[in-house]
Design a protein around this ligand. Structure first.
Ligand code: AKG
Length: 279
């Protein structure tokens, strides 16, 4: 008797070797030009939310398309859509090219019901995974706890560097065996969509290998990066607002970050300067 064939899941793709060598080296050159931010989870200008403690994010990040500052609370429709996604730099040509290929594949292969009408990958979170030095000790920070991505439609992710153990888990049973474990390898693409992968299950990065003594660009003071992950998402364009159009309290919350970015980014230098015209 023939073994039953595994059911094809049209809402999940894992493709090793998606990033070609030329693109990989262009991505690395572009990464070297970035100055990622270490963000605080909550506003440093307003009282903390009840029961919460201020903390720095575990890892430095950079956003493209729009920047979802942690202290503004991240994009979460339907209740949090306004004033949380701040216009940011465009994708560099190499990422724009890869994204165009991914969007084509999604439109051609994913069930139409899982792809919103105006869906396009206009947002990218660049995650830097590695270890930081703290008082002479090395602290590993290469993981992300269970969460879901609230942006509507398929989410695509590209990985560079050491492989990461990525897992989908059931809510509330994080110690139970994961529903799916996927090692995300250097150069790979992962895409998932639909209610099962996006809403019912949570995902996490449990750990990242450290086998090749990698130190990926850019150089970040006190931090050694061994994996860079790009997650591409869709935020409806009407929910993306330029810094100067944020309400005053939100501008106050993020101005220091924008000023920090402005030191090495023409885009954010202009965003900061444009605030003067609305004051
Ligand atoms: O690093 C990864 O592969 C996943 C990152 C992630 O889950 C996220 O950015 O929401």
């Amino acid at each position: 008797m023939r073994a039953p064939r595994a059911a094809i899941d049209r809402c999940y793709v894992y493709e090793p070797g998606f990033i070609d060598e030329a693109s990989r080296s262009q991505i690395l050159s572009w990464l070297a030009t970035l100055k990622p931010l270490w963000e605080q989870r909550y506003s440093t200008r307003r009282p903390l939310p009840a029961g919460k403690q201020q903390r720095g994010l575990l890892r430095p990040v950079y956003w493209l398309g729009n920047w979802q500052f942690a202290c503004l609370g991240y994009y979460e429709p339907p209740k949090r859509t306004e004033h949380v996604a701040v216009t940011a730099e465009r994708f560099p040509p190499v990422l724009a090219r890869l994204v165009a290929t991914i969007e084509k594949r999604v439109r051609g292969g994913f069930p139409p019901a899982t792809v919103p009408r105006r869906w396009h990958l206009n947002t990218c979170l660049v995650n830097f995974y590695g270890s930081r030095d703290e008082n002479g000790k090395t602290i590993d920070a290469a993981r992300v706890g269970e969460h879901r991505d609230f942006e509507p439609g398929p989410v695509a992710s590209l990985s560079i560097g050491e492989r990461a153990r990525f897992q989908f888990v059931r809510r509330g049973s994080f110690d139970a065996p994961p529903v799916r474990t996927q090692w995300l390898e250097d150069g790979s693409l992962q895409v998932f969509a639909g209610p099962r992968w996006k809403d019912d299950l949570l995902h996490r990065v449990q750990r990242v290998d450290d086998k090749h003594d990698l130190d990926l660009p850019p150089s970040i003071a006190g931090f050694r990066t061994r994996r860079v992950n790009f997650t591409f998402r869709y935020v409806p364009d009407e929910h993306v607002a330029p810094f100067a159009r944020l309400p005053p309290h939100a501008r106050d919350d993020v101005r220091e970050y924008v000023a920090q970015l402005a030191k090495s980014s023409q885009f954010f230098a202009e965003a900061l300067a444009s605030e003067a015209s609305v004051r």
